[in-house]
Design a protein around this ligand. Structure first.
Ligand code: SF4
Ligand code: MG
Length: 320
């Protein structure tokens, strides 16, 4: 992703001035092939808007999406879908209740006119088998299945095109805890088997720690820290990352939005604070922080060598 931005215009009318919301603000991020990039941050930080741009569901205000070095943002949604496929949070609403599973899973092949109907049916059977569903599932409707089974259907549909990138947007947060680990392990097995690349969006750091190779931390539409899983979990450098990790370790994590324990909540995103947008909540803010916006820059970790090659980290903080 190259300087990808999405600005929404809100409201306006007789009494109110229209406001602009920079949901995603110049995000540049490289997801290495064959790896899992975790994207974390509180709800409303822009994670899902970012995903929607990658899926062609909402056009970016500016910036590019590149796959293998080629920009594809101006391609239509159909072209984008050849490269990028989603697995959404809610398998109840993301599957058409009036279609049989065979139709649902085979849809991408029909849209892109890949193979004969017979070949498509064989591919569907193969995918259902790979995601651990019985053959008879092909003739069922989503309403006849459990949440976990439905998410397996969504995974089969996403992978049938062998996409370059799979966007997993909170893929287990609507499932029972007992099912979550099964689905996460299935995603990992399939990734290894097919060399898949995931952008894994989650507010749940425990889930991300389990599967991400790298992590990007988002705050108010911007990436504030990026690095390998080890760097982020063992020596986070941005105060926001540190607070997120600390809140994930408290015995009673809040439901949904993590309570990051930094006094004031997330600021109104239509009126982001000046300078470093995190400064009103930052426990170590300095006077310069409200004036100068820190750039996301490469840093060397004190224990740099230990993290190995290709482990470059980036942080947006004056004091990091
Ligand atoms: Fe805190 Fe300043 Fe760093 Fe922002 S730039 S995270 S306010 S220390
Ligand atoms: Mg979301």
């Amino acid at each position: 992703l190259c300087a990808l931005s999405k600005t929404f215009k809100l409201g306006g009318g007789m009494l109110h001035k229209p406001q602009t919301l920079k949901a995603v603000n110049e995000v540049s991020l490289r997801v290495p092939r064959g790896q899992v990039m975790g994207l974390v941050g509180e709800s409303g930080c822009g994670k899902s808007t970012l995903a929607k741009m990658l899926l062609g569901l909402t056009p970016p205000s500016s910036g590019d999406v590149l796959i293998n070095g080629k920009a594809i943002v101006n391609a239509n949604q159909k072209a984008l879908a050849r490269h990028i496929q989603p697995i959404f949070q809610d398998p109840y609403s993301s599957l058409n209740p009036r279609q049989r599973i065979a139709q649902i899973v085979g849809l991408p092949l029909r849209i892109h006119a890949l193979g004969t109907p017979r070949e498509q049916a064989a591919k569907v059977d193969q995918m259902l088998d790979l995601v651990g569903l019985p053959k008879r599932a092909a003739q069922q409707y989503p309403g006849q299945m459990s949440g976990g089974q439905r998410q397996r259907v969504a995974i089969a549909r996403a992978l049938i095109m062998r996409p370059d990138l799979v966007i997993c947007d909170e893929p287990t947060s609507a499932l029972d805890v007992s099912i979550q680990a099964q689905i996460l392990n299935l995603l990992l097995d399939l990734k290894d088997e097919f060399g898949l690349t995931y952008l894994f969006i989650s507010h749940d750091l425990a889930v991300v720690e389990h599967l991400a190779d790298r992590l990007a931390v988002m705050y108010l539409g911007q990436i504030v820290e990026e690095g390998t899983r080890e760097q982020i979990f063992t020596s986070p450098r941005h105060p926001y990352t540190q607070a997120l990790l600390a809140s994930a370790l408290t015995p009673e994590p809040g439901l949904g939005v993590p309570d990051i324990g930094l006094g004031a909540g997330q600021p109104d995103p239509t009126q982001p604070p000046s300078g470093c947008a995190f400064h009103p909540r930052c426990p170590i803010a300095q006077p310069q922080c409200s004036e100068q916006t820190p750039k996301l820059s490469a840093i060397t970790h004190a224990s740099g060598q230990a993290f190995g090659k290709g482990s470059q980290a980036r942080v947006a903080c004056h004091l990091a």
